[in-house]
Design a protein around this ligand. Sequence first.
Ligand SMILES: [Zn+2]
Ligand SMILES: [Zn+2]
Length: 244
Amino acid sequence: MKLTIAGCGDAFGSGGRFNTCFHVAAPCGNFLIDCGASTPVALSKLGLAPNDIGTIFISHLHGDHFGGVPFFMLQGWYASKRTVKLTIAGPASVEKRVRDTLELLFPGAACKKTLFEIEFVELPANGSMVVNNIEVTSFAVRHFSGAPSLALRFKLDGKIISFSGDTEWTDKLIPASADADLHLQECYTFDSRYKFHSSHKELAEKLVNSTAKRILLTHFSDEMLARHNEAIWECAYDGMVIDL
Ligand SMILES: [Zn+2]
Ligand SMILES: [Zn+2]
């Protein structure tokens, strides 16, 4: 199994990084974890084919995490001529937010007859379900997005990948990341407090209790980018590839 960091940036393109998107190539099928607005560009740059992606999991309904989905759908209709089904799994109201955004960006597109099936799946705010052979467990975290914002934990092919989503500290990140082969952790600032986001300072006090086997920090502001050499965990960068 291989995880590629297609984008590990914040909403503002800090450091020239793409919006959040992690691409997982797995025996049970390829999928994305988040699909920020810049995702189609990031995937194209890395040579990752959109038609090979069966499922998109969305942690929360902010543009830097789901804003690429309408472009991804449009790309399937017009550019990549997709025929295989696409599953989009996210928090409650994910289908309405995606369809509303699509219609706003490309009027008339929401009514388009498609060559491929699109299935929307609502993930529970706290609970587990299986989506396309991937067991996903959601944990509602502390981040306002007009719908539940989730940390996600994936079990597939004998491995565990977890992702904090965007959130200020919550003790739920301990069970969410327990024994994970890879835990992706939002770390927005180094030591200053930023509402609804995590700082390295707080994570160094609290996330050290996680039993995750490997932790990778992501979603940096300019402040965190300037001090990432001081981080006690590995730092993600766009194009980074991790074998699991
Ligand atoms: Zn974000
Ligand atoms: Zn957010």
